[in-house]
Design a protein around this ligand. Structure first.
Ligand code: FES
Length: 168
């Protein structure tokens, strides 16, 4: 399937990412994400280049990820930094790294060419941080309203307009 690659996608709410691994499938690509010691969210291809074990089955060593099978270790840039039992690291031992950016409590991930990732292109939603608005982060938001409002609102598949004028 063809996807629009050079675009920011939502990886999840910022609160979903911590020291442990979180996995996501975005544009049919398996990705492992975790928050590094400087607070940024690291996103790497979740597939070891050696024998394809998901890196999310491994463990963290500081900000690096060690594969759970034979122990290849990868840095936050996706490059292998250590191969157990040998001094050199093969140049082909790397996984894809995805740029991320955090805005409005959301972690965005860039799925295209890394040098085209411009944080200024992240979808802007100033209402998320405007105290005059209340942003709901979670599953479905239930509220009592006339059922005709559902058809009358600008409801999308995953969002409903909650401006007072839409609830009349
Ligand atoms: S499969 Fe990852 S080190 Fe072998």
């Amino acid at each position: 399937m063809e996807y629009i690659r050079n675009h920011w996608y939502v990886a999840g709410f910022a609160s979903e990412f911590g020291e442990g691994f979180t996995t996501a499938t975005i544009l049919e690509e398996e990705i492992v994400l975790y928050r590094s010691s400087d607070g940024t969210v690291v996103a790497l291809e979740d597939r070891c280049p050696h024998r394809a074990l998901p890196l999310s089955m491994g463990k963290r060593i500081g900000d690096q990820v060690q594969c759970g099978y034979h122990g290849l270790t990868f840095g936050t840039d996706g490059r292998c930094v250590r191969v157990p039992g040998q001094r050199s690291v093969p140049p082909q031992a790397w996984v894809r790294r995805y740029p991320t950016h955090e805005r409005h409590g959301i972690v965005w991930i860039w799925m295209g060419a890394e040098d085209a990732a411009d944080p200024a292109l992240v979808f802007d939603m100033p209402e998320f941080t405007n105290p005059g608005w209340a942003a709901h982060q979670g599953e479905a938001l239930e509220f009592e309203s006339n059922y005709l409002n559902v058809a009358g609102s600008r409801a999308g598949k995953s969002s409903t307009c909650l401006k007072p004028s839409c609830l009349l």
